[in-house]
Structure formats: C-alpha cells, structure tokens
Design a protein around this ligand. Structure first.
Ligand code: MG
Ligand code: ZN
Length: 218
C-alpha cells in the first residue's frame, strides 16, 4: 500500500482594504507630529516586554517616549512600563490576536501628542502569524525570537520574517542550557530572510542592546 503523502494547505488571508487606509492615516499622523514608531512583534513569551523594559530605561532620558501595548486582556505590560515614568497605553483587543490600524490610531489619539512625544514603542499581541499580515503604520517592525522556541520557527512562520525589518534573537544568556546554538539560530534567520540584519540580545546581561539601538537609528 502506498503511504499517503502529507499535504500542505496554503491559505491566504484576505487583507482588509480599510486597514490599508488607516495605516496611511497613521503614517501621516506620525510624520506630521515628528514621531518615530518602533514596533516589536513575536510569539508569546519571546521576551518583547522584557526587552522593551530595558530599552525604555536606556532611552527615556533622551526621548519623550511613550509605550503602546496590545494584549487580548489585562494591562500587565503597560503597568510595568508605566513604572518607568513613561506614558503607557494598553490596548485590549478582546479576542483579536493582533493589532490593526484602528487600534494604533485610537491609541495615538489617546496619547495626546502635544506633549512632544517623539518616540513610540509599540508591542503587538504575542503571535507569529496575523500581526505580520496586517500592518498598523509603524516605521519599523522588529521580530523577536527566543532560542528556546527552536530554530524551526524560522521555517514554520515565514511571513513573520519576510514582513519585518529586523530580527532580534532574544534571551541569548539562556543558550548554554539549550540544545540549539547561536550559529544555528543565525543560520535559520539567514534562510528565512537573507536581507535582514540579525541582532542577538540579552535583556538580562544587556548584550546586543547598544547594537540594536544603533541599528534602529535611535
Ligand atoms: Mg508582553
Ligand atoms: Zn490575529
């Protein structure tokens, strides 16, 4: 008997035209107010909030910084960042597993940009799938991957790495305890998108953070 072959079904998500319109509005808003918006994306537990926390500490004296975080429920992350004395807005998406243009637009309105905000750090919902198909209008998208997630993530979630501007390998301090090496992670990233720069970081030891800040032009 012939073994049945595993079939891969590729589905294409229909992009909402309406979202594209709002993305344009958001980009204009940022430009008109002289605000730079850096967006961090990645799976749940990839270390987004932790990395943002240390970046905010490094950047908050130099910039009028604000944080906008998306989560399905709760306000844990915004509370954490607001302890650093920066305005923090939590967007609760209800059941939605990604941020969309309108979430970002509403949060921007709430922020009141008259207060000279010049840098916004956005944390998308922890998810490696749809946040990469629907933009919000940020200037740069940084995708995080924790080595503990495994190097196969690069192959399994191609759109995440094709629709980002920079790859951050997080938590590299954990590598000695894992079965994967930094070289293997870098190789995975290279295969997923050879055009992107890759920054290995540790929010714990501070490794890679200055490089990340430089690459982001901050
Ligand atoms: Mg978070
Ligand atoms: Zn979603």
């Amino acid at each position: 008997m012939k073994m049945s072959k595993v079939e891969v079904v590729k589905t294409k998500r229909k992009v909402l035209e309406k979202n594209e319109e709002i993305v344009k509005e958001n980009k204009n808003f940022l430009k008109n107010h002289g605000i730079k918006a850096i967006e961090f994306l990645g799976g749940p537990g990839s270390g987004k909030t932790w990395l943002i926390n240390v970046l905010v500490k490094k950047l908050k004296d130099e910039y009028n910084l604000a944080y906008i975080g998306g989560d399905i429920a709760g306000q844990h992350d915004a509370e954490l960042i607001s302890k650093l004395d920066v305005p923090a807005i939590q967007i609760n998406t209800g059941g939605m597993c990604h941020l969309q243009g309108f979430h970002f637009r509403d949060a921007l309105k709430k922020l009141n940009p008259d207060e000279n905000t010049d840098l916004i750090i956005v944390e998308n919902v922890g998810n490696l799938i749809c946040p990469f198909q629907l933009k919000i209008g940020s200037d740069k998208r940084v995708v995080l991957i924790d080595p503990n997630e495994g190097k196969e993530k690069f192959e399994k979630y191609p759109t995440a790495f094709l629709n980002s501007d920079l790859i951050v390998i997080s938590k590299i301090d954990l590598l000695p305890a894992l079965d994967v090496t930094l070289d293997e992670m870098l190789e995975g990233a290279e295969k997923a998108n050879p055009k992107l720069q890759v920054v290995p970081t540790s929010a714990k030891t501070g490794e890679g953070l200055e490089e990340l800040i430089n690459i982001l032009g901050l």
